[in-house]
Write a protein that binds this ligand. Structure first.
Ligand SMILES: *Cc1c(COP(=O)(O)O)cnc(C)c1O
Length: 381
């Protein structure tokens, strides 16, 4: 069966009853009839709430279906999922090693790398997101982990994932990717050789801007390690939120397709507008990584950015505030469209960010694409 069909039928209720959706089990305690059953259940049975009851189990199964993963862990936010993946990927004795971090990494992840990795004796070293196979040179030094994010969620550089993951594997170094932009459906980083795929389910998977959650997916030995470390670190998410996320997943493919199509339509209109210097959308022919993008992704999500020609950050904020349908907000991937002036957020140390003017990011939602364009056009005016 095709993936679309599998996603609809995965994570069905485990109990043999007549509901199409799993029950929400709010429980810490699971009782057993005997001590022997409590300690050595045969066959294995659920024994405590932290292990994930229903619908957490079904949600993990459905995300596993997307990635073709052997194990999926859930985390309390997208940020927590990237941190779980990084901590899992670290070798047992990482002191004195470096961690290679893409310069386009999500800001709060960057803060974790700068402030927490040194406590493990690990030094974060930022690399050009477009480094490709050139990463092999950096891997000459003892390396604990390589972090990727593609495309970068503010500046939209596409990374050569097979080249970077291949070089890391050859050097015996684990790789982690922040896969929030593709939501695990526009490309499969595990298929491209990455060890741990983290995702902010808060964005497209949830899709309704009403909870935060993250996931990490892995295969083989990495999956076993992830499962073990997740238990060690005490991860857990609310079953109510897990239910909302599973509900979001059922329509994920439809929503991301619609957002992606509207986003590309608006990106093309922006590209033709005299006040726009550049549109940072990897699905456009004009994007420097367009060919690489086509070789790895099956399509685009509705999140991209543009540069207002010769406009300073403050004036770009006035443009964003003049929108009515596009609201000002930090998130993306929801049903509603958002606009974000980004210049205040950009942090670069490997390659300086250079632009002809201010940077704004859009998350194109599920409204009519012509209405959305009319809103942007009047704000640009
Ligand atoms: C939003 C986001 C996160 C963090 O997700 P939260 O659920 O908000 O913690 C991580 N990475 C990227 C690329 C994001 O856009």
């Amino acid at each position: 069966m095709k993936r679309d069909t599998r996603l609809i039928h995965s994570g069905q209720p485990r109990r043999n009853d007549d509901l199409v959706n799993p029950p929400i089990e709010r429980a810490s305690t699971v009782v057993a009839p005997t001590t022997a059953e409590l300690y050595n259940p045969t066959p294995p049975r659920r024994h405590y709430g932290r292990g994930g009851l229903s619908p957490n189990m079904e949600l993990r199964e459905a995300i596993g279906e997307l990635y073709g993963a052997d194990h999926v862990s859930l985390a309390q936010s997208g940020l927590a999922s990237v941190i779980l993946a990084l901590r899992t990927a670290l070798p047992e004795n990482p002191a004195g090693m470096q961690a290679l971090i893409t310069d386009s990494a999500y800001g709060p992840v960057r803060r974790f790398c700068d402030e927490e990795l040194p406590r493990y004796g690990v030094t974060p070293v930022y690399y050009d997101p477009r480094i490709g196979a050139g990463v092999a040179e950096l891997l000459d030094k003892p390396t604990a982990v390589v972090l990727l994010e593609s495309p970068g969620s503010l500046t939209f550089e596409v990374q050569d994932i097979p080249a970077i993951a291949g070089a890391a594997r050859k050097a015996g170094v684990a790789t982690v990717i922040d896969d929030t932009w593709s939501a695990g459906v526009l490309m499969n980083p595990l298929e491209l050789g990455v060890d741990y795929a983290a995702q902010a389910l808060t964005k497209y998977a949830g899709g309704h801007s009403d909870f935060l959650m993250g996931s990490v997916a892995a295969r083989g030995e990495s999956a076993a390690r992830l499962k073990d470390k997740d238990v060690l670190f005490g991860g857990h998410v609310s079953p109510d939120d897990a239910y909302l996320c599973l509900r979001g997943l059922r329509t994920l493919l439809l929503r991301i397709e619609r957002s992606g199509a509207s986003g590309l339509h608006i990106a093309r209109q922006l590209e033709a507008h005299p006040k726009i210097a550049r549109v940072l959308h990897p699905g456009l022919q004009s994007h420097p990584d367009h060919a690489l993008f086509n070789s790895q992704f099956t399509g685009a999500s509705g999140c991209f950015a543009f540069v207002l020609d010769g406009v300073n950050a403050r004036d770009s904020e006035a443009m964003a505030e003049a929108c009515h349908l596009f609201r000002l907000g930090f998130s993306w991937g929801g049903y509603e469209s958002l606009i974000l002036p980004c210049d205040r957020q950009i942090r670069r140390t490997a390659v300086a960010w250079q632009a002809e003017g201010a940077l704004l990011r859009l998350s194109v939602g599920l409204e009519d694409a012509e209405d959305l364009w009319a809103d942007l056009a009047q704000a640009l005016g």
